[in-house]
Design a protein around this ligand. Structure first.
Ligand code: ATP
Length: 808
């Protein structure tokens, strides 16, 4: 729907059917309100039947004689029925309880109850469990009651185990006798308990392995805490199900000291190689594992409590609604055919003037740019067309023309020409798009629309960090707001926290009202939006501590990344008593980090680099923005660690090279026109537009809802020395005496290998390795890259001299 508003031209058949091709009844069926109403009806039906069942125990005897009729008779009104729910309820109870499975018939109600709750968006246990488990319990209980108690209640109107249980019990008595039947039922009951409660086997093992030790330890006086765990064990004999929960919850904690001395737990080391992680992250995990494996989390299992729901604290939280966002381009803009035809003819003529003939030309009209794709006649040199950029721009009398020769993967040549009447791509249109709504990304960002009218989305988790740059007034702030807005529309406050840094003190202030929902800050930080440079440094250091803490948790949990960690926590295989907690993603957004680098230099650059190198595995992602795309701001260190980049319009080609390593951003037209690059490919995107009043509305909508008691507190950062931080440890005085010479050598050779330094200076491998580490820490060499040589981040001696001076 919304696509139509933003896109002036007819879409392809495929796109059209995906957005509007659904029949009305189907949409009604999928509508949230329909689900809610069906859920409500199910809950009503469940309550009705539950009441009928309960009443049946009191009124069943009196009603029995009147229940001989069929359903048809009953619905024709049966006089004198006493069941609280009338004739229909009485009949249902008679059929399901007496003729069915006896008191165990209540189990029928579990599945519709859970289904109803799910339809109303209240999540409990998985559906298959809610069906299978009650059915198994029902069959067993009906058999048990039928086989054991039926003789006791012989004269009652009620079959405790239902007719099914009664006759099955009779049959079993005939086959196995009384004792045999009881034995079979108890064994079946035990097997069923093992199936239902995962923690039962480890619990029993513990009881059995512990009993001899208990006698050895008898003289030891138990602390009150231990005595209470003894109580837990006693309960176990009385109440099988309840003690199951309680025991496996607490035994891990209480029994642990004596356990760990007697048993060597050989937990599997996590496999280190993970293609999703950077080399530095993999090394970090390997290093942590080398330090020793003291996590014995493998035993912990509280899965019988059902899945942990991280959103439970704010379970009534409502995501912002679409109506908070504005519609633009209400009157559907149509394609200006004259403009398209004129441009097409001009392109053909200009090319012809230079002796270039083409086979075909095709136009795709985007919101702000039209892409003309041409196929030249065989034998035409592509570079010849590329050189005509200025001439084509002149003939079209338009700025912002970009030639892509050839379009990667297409075999055509693209000429991007700005439209005379650009359309705004509204945030509303991208947020309401099916692509965004159905997205399964962990941190989905709906950035805007490509020039071929596709919604452009990225997963910040995969980037894993983003550098945003562009001259002032070209759409950077709107871009940052689009990122934040997308995340607010998709992530619950318990799963995402922002750290917002704003040295200009104007851009992010608007978000301070959602501090307790979505922001993370230092425990002593008064302001939720960080504006002060010294506070920025502290916050970044604190984030590196948070990162290290999270790595420790990952190590203890024997997992490789935050996703695995959180799913293990959700399935209750990580013990909160041992410091485990659900880890929200943290997105750090730094507006105008150029100002910070100018004021605090390495103090901010180095923690940024460190977080960028390591934090992806633990769910910390960074977006840094600057309006000064110069090499002293976007340094080699920054570039090496931010492979995903967004460039808004810049004034000079050299600026575009600084951001993207290629020209292009200087040819953009501004107002949200941007280039996204990751690993070489450039995509031109019209950034979605969200203005301040819209953001205010979203913030207000969230702020008026119940929040957490405080913002998310980052760990306290003590002292300025940055204990354990290799970057701050490496001040100039601690450099190797050969540091400068080694730096010159690798810049001269543009090759950064340890063996080169070793050979040239005739030094040992260890010392050469240390020098390489120092060169990396000072941003002269990039991080290790598998078997490939490290990247040299400084291009010439002049830049090196400047750097060395800045360090002094
Ligand atoms: N995606 C967009 N679509 C349409 N217009 C836009 C878009 N982005 C920005 N603009 C227009 O450009 C103006 C400037 O945008 P913005 O404030 O984001 O620039 P900026 O690069 O952040 O500037 P500064 O660096 O000075 O903060 C906006 O007020 C708006 O009119």
């Amino acid at each position: 729907m919304a696509k139509k508003e933003q896109q002036p031209i007819k879409k392809t058949k495929k796109e059209k059917s995906s957005s509007s091709g659904q029949p009305k009844w189907m949409r009604l069926f999928k509508d949230e309100r329909t689900h809610f109403i069906i859920g409500l009806l199910l809950l009503m039906a469940v309550s009705y039947v539950a009441l009928a069942f309960t009443s049946f125990f009191y009124t069943g005897a009196a009603d029995q004689s009147k229940l001989q009729g069929t359903w048809f008779h009953l619905s024709n009104d049966e006089p004198g029925i006493q069941n609280w729910t009338g004739a229909v309820g009485a009949h249902i109870a008679e059929v399901l309880i007496n003729q069915g499975f006896g008191v165990a018939a209540y189990a029928w109600l579990v599945f519709p109850l859970i289904l109803g709750l799910r339809l109303m968006s209240i999540r409990t246990i998985p559906l298959w469990k809610s069906f299978l488990y009650p059915m198994l319990i029902m069959i067993w209980l009906s058999l048990f009651l039928g086989a054991t108690l039926s003789t006791i209640y012989k004269d009652s109107f009620l079959f405790l185990g239902g007719e099914n249980g009664y006759y099955a019990g009779e049959w079993m008595h005939g086959k196995f006798g009384w004792t045999g039947t009881l034995l079979v039922l108890l064994v079946a009951g035990f097997a069923l308990s093992i199936l239902l409660f995962k923690g039962l086997i480890p619990f029993l093992k513990r009881i059995f392995t512990q009993s001899p030790r208990k006698t050895e330890k008898e003289p030891v006086v138990l602390s009150p805490a231990k005595q209470s765990s003894g109580n837990t064990l006693t309960m176990n004999i009385d109440d099988e199900e309840e003690s199951e929960d309680v025991s496996s919850l607490y035994t891990t904690k209480d029994e642990e000291p004596s356990f760990s001395t007697d048993f060597e737990i050989t937990a599997p080391q996590p496999e280190v190689y993970d293609p999703g992680l950077s080399i530095a992250e993999q090394q970090k995990i390997m290093h942590l594992n080398e330090l020793g494996n003291n996590g014995d989390e493998d035993d912990y299992d509280a899965s019988m409590l059902g899945e942990y729901d991280p959103t439970l604290d704010l379970s009534n939280y409502r995501f912002p609604v679409l109506d908070l966002l504005k519609e633009y381009n209400n009157g559907q803009a149509s394609v200006d055919m004259d403009e398209q035809n004129n441009n097409k003819n001009r392109i053909i003529n200009t090319l012809r003037n230079y002796g270039i003939e083409i086979d075909s030309i095709k136009a795709t009209v985007g919101p702000t740019i039209t892409l003309y794709e041409i196929v030249p006649k065989p034998g035409v040199r592509i570079s010849k067309i590329k050189n005509l950029e200025d001439d084509i721009a002149l003939s079209l009398a338009a700025l912002g023309i970009r030639i892509i020769a050839p379009i990667p993967g297409k075999g055509t040549i693209g000429i991007e020409v700005p439209n005379r009447d650009p359309q705004i791509v509204s945030m509303r249109s991208v947020i309401s798009s099916k692509k965004f709504q159905d997205s399964k990304f962990d941190l989905p960002v709906a950035f805007g629309s490509t020039i071929t009218n596709e919604i452009f989305m990225l997963d910040l988790c995969k980037m894993p960090h983003l550098l945003v740059a562009g001259a002032t007034g070209q759409g950077k702030s709107v871009g940052l707001n689009a990122i934040i807005t997308s995340l607010l529309y998709k992530k619950h406050p318990s799963t995402l926290k922002f750290v917002l840094v704003d040295p200009k003190k104007v851009e992010f202030n608007i978000y301070s009202d959602i501090e307790k929902h979505y922001l993370a800050k230092l425990p002593d930080g008064e302001e939720s939006i960080i504006t002060d440079v010294s506070k920025v440094v502290q916050t970044l250091q604190s984030l590196t501590i948070e990162m290290d803490n999270r790595y420790d948790l990952l190590k203890k949990a024997h997992v490789r990344n935050i996703k695995e960690y959180n799913s293990k926590f959700i399935s209750r295989h990580l013990n909160p008593e041992k410091g485990h907690r659900f880890l929200p993603y943290i997105v750090v957004i730094i507006d105008e980090f150029g100002d910070l680098i100018m004021q605090a230099g390495k103090e901010v650059e180095m923690p940024i680099a460190r977080i960028a190198q390591l934090a992806r595995a633990v769910g910390i992602h960074m977006v840094i923005a600057t309006q000064r795309p110069s090499t002293n701001i976007i340094t080699g260190v920054i570039k090496a660690n931010f492979p995903a980049r967004v460039a808004f319009r810049v004034m000079a080609m050299v600026d575009s090279r600084t951001i993207l390593d290629t020209p292009g951003a200087n040819q953009l037209i501004g107002r949200g026109d941007m280039l996204f690059s990751q690993g070489g490919d450039l995509i031109r995107v019209q950034c979605a537009f969200v203005d301040t009043p819209e953001v205010e509305k979203i913030v207000k909508y969230i702020a008026q809802q119940t929040s957490f008691p405080t913002a998310y507190y980052l760990p306290e950062y003590v002292g300025g020395d940055g204990e354990g931080n290799e970057f701050s440890d490496m001040d100039m005085s601690k450099r190797d005496p050969l540091f400068e010479e080694a730096a010159r050598l690798i810049i001269l050779n543009q090759q950064g290998s340890t063996s080169l330094i070793q050979r040239k200076f005739s030094i040992g491998y260890n010392r050469a390795g240390r020098i390489v580490d120092q060169l990396e820490a000072f941003g002269i060499l990039g991080p290790p890259d598998g078997s490939k040589p490290r990247q040299v981040l400084v291009t010439d001696e002049y830049e090196l001299e400047k750097r060395l001076k800045s360090f002094l």
